[in-house]
Write a protein that binds this ligand. Structure first.
Ligand code: 3HC
Length: 307
């Protein structure tokens, strides 16, 4: 019996078909080999996600990394949830992974619906980059039930942070975040799922940004401040880090790649969650997001892209 089956994870739901959700759906279907239900409220986003999945599978086949039959099997494991069903479409899954944008209110409303619509033993995971998992877990408890009651604690104990990295098929890590309420069983099952997706797991306490973004975001922000102050040009900042420190991308290119709106949202969570000025977002980043420049995803950030 595989460890995944032993942990009762036979079907997975993924909410959000952006770059993260699509990648998570792909590794779940290809590596963990579980049937995946994929839902996004935007049909256009779903179509984009499926097209990306097809492209990545085709590339794996062309490079001889997987047999075409395995690519087809993986693709066949992914089913799109209808707009009519929405979150109700996840009613039978063993685990759901939320991968929507970094917006606390949106995530709270999603987790409240998850708890209402999903099986009572399903794991409710969030791919959030920085938001408090304990806060998200509390939103899964219905309002007429006390979070301190046995029922409230049991509901929240199923919530966990499952933080994948972009691009999901390439990056080897999943950071698992335990909320105050998360049970050991939920952690074990989440770890087993991430391992089945071919990822190495690290764990972090539920602090703003966890380990990964508490370290990465001040680094990116400092690079933006260097540009803002005129310390060096964009290219010199990125080249310094790429060639001087062997980073695969310079920090400004990486910010574009993650999404400037996402970087700003994470930095605000860090700043608000710690009141530490070292996390204060740079004005330049704020203004670029004000201007609607979100980086690679919409064609303009520190660099220009074909959107
Ligand atoms: N999806 C899937 N695969 C992708 C991809 C994508 N979006 N982008 C690139 N790849 C694949 C390529 O197809 C290629 O695969 P191949 O070896 O089979 O041909 C492989 O990655 C290498 O790509 P390239 O040769 O085109 O380019 P690079 O060698 O420059 O690698 C990169 C691209 C892997 C993205 C590399 O630049 C890199 O590692 N950058 C840093 C990425 C990073 O730090 N990610 C973490 C961001 S932080 C985060 O996600 C957390 C969040 O909370 C903010």
């Amino acid at each position: 019996m595989s460890s995944l089956v032993a942990h009762g994870i036979r079907t997975v739901g993924v909410l959000g078909a952006g770059q993260m959700g699509t990648g998570i759906a792909l590794v779940s279907a290809l590596r963990a080999k579980v049937p995946v239900l994929l839902y996004d409220r935007s049909t256009e986003q779903i179509n984009k996600g499926l097209a990306l999945m097809d492209k990545l599978l085709e590339k794996d086949v062309n490079k001889g990394r997987i047999e075409s039959i395995h690519a087809k099997e993986a693709r066949d494991r992914v089913t799109v949830v209808s707009q009519e069903d929405g979150i109700k479409g996840f009613r039978d899954v063993d685990m759901v992974i939320e991968a929507v944008s970094e917006n606390l209110k949106l995530k709270q409303s999603i987790f409240s619906s998850f708890a209402a619509e999903l099986r009572p033993d399903a794991i409710l995971a969030s791919n959030t980059s920085s938001i408090s998992i304990s806060k998200i877990a509390a939103s899964a408890v219905p309002q007429n039930i006390s979070p301190a009651s046995e029922e409230g604690k049991k509901t929240a104990s199923r919530v966990v942070g499952l933080h994948f990295f972009n691009p999901v098929p390439v990056m080897k890590l999943v950071e698992i975040i335990s909320a105050l309420q998360t049970s050991q069983d939920t952690l074990d099952r989440a770890r087993s799922f991430a391992a089945a997706c071919g990822k190495t797991v690290t764990t972090s306490k539920d602090v703003p940004g966890f380990v990964s973004n508490a370290l990465l975001m001040p680094f990116i922000n400092e690079a933006i401040m260097c540009l803002e102050k005129g310390t060096a040009t964009r290219d010199d900042i990125d080249t310094t880090l790429k060639l001087g420190m062997n980073h695969p991308m310079g920090p400004l290119q990486l910010a574009d790649f993650i999404g400037l709106d996402t970087c700003l949202a994470i930095q605000k969570t860090l700043y608000e969650g710690t009141s530490d000025s070292k996390y204060r977002p740079s004005i330049l980043l704020e203004r670029m997001v004000d201007a609607g420049w979100y980086g690679k995803k919409n064609g303009k950030g520190f660099y220009e892209y074909n959107a």
